[in-house]
Design a protein around this ligand. Structure first.
Ligand code: BTN
Length: 243
C-alpha cells in the first residue's frame, strides 16, 4: 500500500476523491490531503480537518475477498494506528470498532466505504483521520476530541503516515492472503477502551445497556445484556456508560 500517492493541497474529502478515482486506481493507492473542506465522519457527521493539522488520508483497496469479510479491515486499520503511535510513545486505546482515543478523548476516526457486487468487492475506500497538531477544537468537540500535540506528542505527519502504512501493510496482506487477522484482533483486544466496561449498544431501536466482555476471533464485540444473555455485536455504535 502507498506505492502510488495522490497528494492534494485542498480537497472536499479524501474519501470522496478516492471513490471518484477508485475504478481506475491501482490497489493500495493513497490519497492524501493537507486540508479537507468537507471532511466526513460516520453517521453523516462532519470531520474537522484544518490545513496541516492532521493526517487526512484514504486508501483505495481492492482485496479479493468476500464483501462480508471487509469489516475486519476497519479493525486492522485501527490496530495499525494504535501500534504506529505506540512506536512514538503514545498509549492510544481502541474504541471498537473504529475510534482511537488518547487520554480518553478521540484522536483518530476511521471511515470505511465499500462498493461491492453480490460476492465481489469493486473497491474499499479506507479513510483515516488523525489529529496531529490541532490545539483549538470547535466548541462542540472541545471536551471529546484531542490531538497528539495537545497530549504532549510532537510528531511529524510524515513519520506517522509511514508508520501507519507499515503496520497496515503487514496485517492487511496477512488477512487478504490467508484470512488471518489474529494480530490485528489481538491488538484491538489488548488496547480496547471497552472491554470490562458498562456500555450502551446503540441501534435503530435505541440504547441498550450491556457490559463489554471481549472481542471475538472474528472481530465482533461480545457483550452481556442485563438479562444475562451474551451476544456478538457485528458492527455499529456503542458508547461508554457513566463516565
Ligand atoms: C469518524 O470518526 O466518524 C470517522 C472520521 C474519518 C475521517 C477521515 S479523514 C480522511 C477521510 N476523509 C474523510 O472525509 N473522512 C476520513
Amino acid at each position: 500500500v502507498g506505492r502510488h500517492i495522490v497528494f492534494l493541497e485542498s480537497i472536499d474529502s479524501t474519501n470522496d476523491h478516492a471513490k471518484k478515482i477508485a475504478s481506475k486506481a491501482l490497489d493500495g493507492t493513497l490519497v492524501l490531503a493537507d486540508e479537507q473542506t468537507k471532511g466526513k465522519g460516520r453517521m453523516d457527521r462532519a470531520w474537522s480537518s484544518q490545513k496541516g493539522e492532521g493526517v487526512w488520508m484514504s486508501l483505495v483497496l481492492k482485496p479479493n475477498i468476500a464483501p462480508h469479510r471487509a469489516s475486519v479491515i476497519t479493525l486492522i486499520a485501527g490496530a495499525s494506528v494504535a501500534r504506529a503511535l505506540e512506536r512514538f510513545g503514545a498509549d492510544a486505546k481502541i474504541k471498537w470498532p473504529n475510534d482511537i482515543l488518547l487520554e480518553g478523548k478521540k484522536l483518530c476516526g476511521i471511515l470505511t466505504e465499500m462498493s461491492a457486487q453480490m460476492e465481489r468487492i469493486d473497491y474499499i475506500v479506507l479513510g483515516i483521520g488523525i489529529n496531529v497538531s490541532t490545539m483549538e477544537f470547535p466548541d462542540e468537540l472541545r471536551d471529546i476530541a484531542t490531538s497528539l500535540k495537545r497530549e504532549g506528542h510532537l510528531l511529524e505527519r510524515r513519520d506517522i503516515i509511514i508508520a501507519v502504512l507499515e503496520e497496515f501493510e503487514r496485517m492487511y496482506s496477512a488477512y487478504v492472503k490467508t484470512g488471518d487477522a489474529s494480530e490485528a484482533i489481538g491488538i484491538c483486544r489488548e488496547k480496547s477502551s471497552l472491554i470490562g466496561r458498562d456500555i450502551y449498544v446503540i441501534s435503530w431501536s435505541g440504547k441498550v445497556p450491556a457490559k463489554a466482555l471481549d472481542i471475538s476471533g472474528e472481530g465482533d464485540l461480545v457483550v452481556e445484556y442485563e438479562d444475562g444473555s451474551v451476544e456478538r455485536v457485528i458492527s455499529g455504535e456503542v458508547s461508554v456508560r457513566n463516565r
